[in-house]
Design a protein. Structure first.
Length: 284
């Protein structure tokens, strides 16, 4: 928890009410973002994202596996987040494990859809190699290096950038005459297929402080929130997922308004992220 004096709390709330936050931003304005790709050479794709003083890293590892019996025409994706104990005092001891699990579940809910894979922002059918027999399993790991609020949005952005940096090895399959036998798979070490991230969304978290809501809240602003709604939205303005935290309830009309704002802000954020990705790739 961020320890603030009564005066500091009034200053934060008053600034948000006046649409002039403590760091000079308006209510619906993100902090400056910077992006690096290829930060973990051993991974199939990786990225570092800095959002103000919040810094996160995402990596993608692709391994051949077997599709589930229930979904033989889809690959599998798992997301796991780890919070470094040095990122913030709240991550020391069991606090790190609990918050890591909370972030992992929220990202899965916003990016991977339901258990059937329906609504998934990542096209799981593109990960199939041989129906019912061979697929790609993507293991996405997020690491919180330093925390100054809005971790979920930063992690989702890092995942999107890491996926844009991901190369899936080209696979040649030799099928035997007997359909019940396992196919022979030859994985190329030199040829890679670029992962399609056109449908991968960003997450926009709207944090309610007093009577107003803000985007990209800092840790100090989050300490004053009553609730927060995180909306994943793609470049077409389509909603891919939603999650809420905080004990205070929200009127449905307020939630719909927040979703509408998230769609608009999310598309702007994607444009900024696309520019940062292009600049990072050009710098490599």
């Amino acid at each position: 928890m961020v320890g603030l004096s009564v005066g500091e709390k009034h200053f934060i709330r008053g600034g948000i009410a006046q649409d002039l936050r403590a760091d000079g931003r308006r209510r619906l304005q993100f902090r400056a973002i910077s992006v690096e790709t290829g930060v973990i050479p051993q991974a199939n794709g990786s990225a570092r994202v800095r959002l103000g003083a919040t810094e996160v890293i995402a990596s993608v590892k692709a391994e051949l596996g077997k599709p589930s019996i229930l979904h033989p025409d889809k690959g599998k994706v798992s997301i796991f987040v780890d919070c470094s104990p040095t990122a913030a005092p709240m991550f020391e001891g069991r606090g790190s494990e609990e918050f890591s699990a909370e972030l992992s579940v929220a990202l899965q809910r916003c990016l991977l859809g339901g258990k059937s894979g329906a609504g998934a922002a990542i096209d799981l059918s593109s990960l199939i190699v041989v129906d019912g027999k061979v697929c790609w399993d993507l293991y996405i790991d997020g690491l919180v290096v330093s925390s100054d609020g809005n971790l979920l949005d930063a992690l989702a952005a890092a995942i999107k950038v890491a996926l844009s940096d991901t190369g899936i090895p080209k696979v040649n399959v030799s099928l035997s005459a007997a359909t019940d036998e396992e196919p022979e798979v030859d994985v190329s070490d030199e040829e890679f297929l670029q992962f399609d991230t056109s449908s991968v969304p960003v997450i926009v978290t709207l944090t309610k402080v007093g009577k107003h809501y803000i985007v990209d809240a800092t840790s100090e602003e989050e300490s004053q929130m009553s609730s927060a709604v995180s909306v994943s939205v793609n470049r077409h303005g389509q909603i891919c997922g939603l999650t809420k935290r905080g004990g205070a309830g929200l009127d449905p009309s307020v939630v719909f308004d927040m979703i509408s704002v998230a769609k608009h802000v999310g598309q702007q954020f994607i444009s900024v992220l696309d520019s940062e990705i292009a600049a990072a790739e050009a710098a490599e």
